[in-house]
Design a protein. Structure first.
Length: 365
């Protein structure tokens, strides 16, 4: 088999596919590879870790059917260094040779007979706005847990409620919630956050994305142009997140976002030595930030704020604050306080459908 294809399209397809291979220790060599099937002038590229699947196609010069499996690591590194333009793929008995001009690279093939391909999708599905979906997911994604020992916390929970939709994520220390009319017509389900991270990276800027459900396999499916994404849904009971959201407040501060980012970073220079804790002292007209350490007014910075209510000192892990502030795209944020040991609500001035909650750190006064 010999085929010619475009280097830029091949590289993009290989990189995207490689993100859905298995990285687990002990995984078979096949699950760490990419399945390439050429038929009727199209090269189909598949990858999977058994929980997620990815499939894309690129045009080639070859009509006949050829099937091969190869490890992606060296292939991706080799192809990225080639010049733009056409590349030639030549499949021999036990290797794939990729060449361009006087440059050649040979890569061993793997047995491909047992490589699992994604299930068949029935029906046309529904069209969702990819740009809107990507924006919403980005506002909650960072709050999902990276700890896979509790799978339900490593997912994004979609909860359909009488025409409305809650999209929520939490790792037990913070929570992000987007509440909206269910214009996307999405059903209740729990989707792995790492899958949505890859999906939203790839659909950014794409207005139309097809979405469908595979009920028998308990999977959800997305398609954007030539790219198809599949993932198994997480089974389990998501924590009752509504109980964490405070129903009252005693103090409210409106703060300039960029100024707060700068001041947190200033205090983080010292807070890193004390469990990454920053103490925020809210009072009339100002916010004083300091690390968790005894002693005078050293290592502090002050920022002007609009403040109403009771004066209060609250301690945070500064990394949680920065992650929230760097995610939102607004100039000012609203901070609602009830007690130094109660969940703190952070909102944006313009987007009324979104809120973020951080559990404060308990400190001895």
């Amino acid at each position: 088999m010999q085929l010619t294809t475009n280097k830029e399209k091949l590289f993009r397809a290989l990189v995207q596919s490689s993100h859905f291979t298995s990285s687990r220790i002990g995984a078979t060599a096949g699950l760490q590879g990419l399945l390439l099937i050429n038929t009727k002038g199209k090269l189909h590229i598949y990858s999977t870790n058994l929980n997620t699947f990815f499939h894309t196609t690129i045009e080639t010069s070859l009509q006949e059917e050829v099937r091969l499996l190869l490890d992606h690591h060296k292939v991706v590194e080799f192809v990225t260094l080639l010049n733009n333009g056409e590349v030639v793929l030549l499949a021999e008995k036990d290797k794939l040779v990729i060449s361009q001009g006087k440059t050649k690279g040979a890569f061993p093939l793997l047995p491909n007979a047992d490589f699992p391909t994604p299930p068949k999708v029935e029906g046309e599905g529904q069209i969702i706005n990819g740009e809107k979906f990507e924006k919403i997911i980005s506002l909650v994604l960072f709050s999902a847990s990276r700890d896979t020992s509790r799978p339900v916390l490593s997912g994004i929970n979609f909860v359909e409620k009488e025409g409305f939709m809650d999209i929520v994520a939490t790792d037990g220390f913070r929570l992000s919630l987007f509440h909206m009319k269910n214009e996307l017509k999405i059903r209740s389900m729990l989707i792995p956050a790492d899958f949505l991270l890859e999906l939203t990276r790839n659909i950014k800027g794409k207005r139309e994305v097809t979405m469908n459900y595979l009920d028998k396999e308990k999977m959800v499916y997305f398609k954007a142009e030539n790219d198809e994404y599949y993932t198994r849904l997480i089974e389990g009971e998501f924590p009752p997140y509504e109980r964490v959201i405070p129903t009252e407040k005693k103090s409210t501060a409106t703060v300039d976002k960029e100024g707060l980012i700068r001041n947190i970073k200033l205090i983080s220079v010292f807070a890193r030595d004390f469990s990454s804790i920053v103490i925020c002292h809210f009072k009339k007209g100002e916010l004083v930030l300091s690390p968790k350490i005894e002693g005078g007014a050293e290592n502090t910075t002050t920022q002007e704020v609009e403040f109403e209510g009771e004066e209060m000192r609250v301690a945070f892990n500064f990394k949680f604050l920065l992650e929230f502030l760097n995610t939102i795209n607004e100039d000012k944020i609203i901070i609602e306080l009830l007690r130094p040991d109660a969940p703190v609500v952070l909102k944006t001035v313009k987007d009324k459908d979104y809120l973020h909650i951080i559990m404060p750190v308990r400190i001895q006064e």
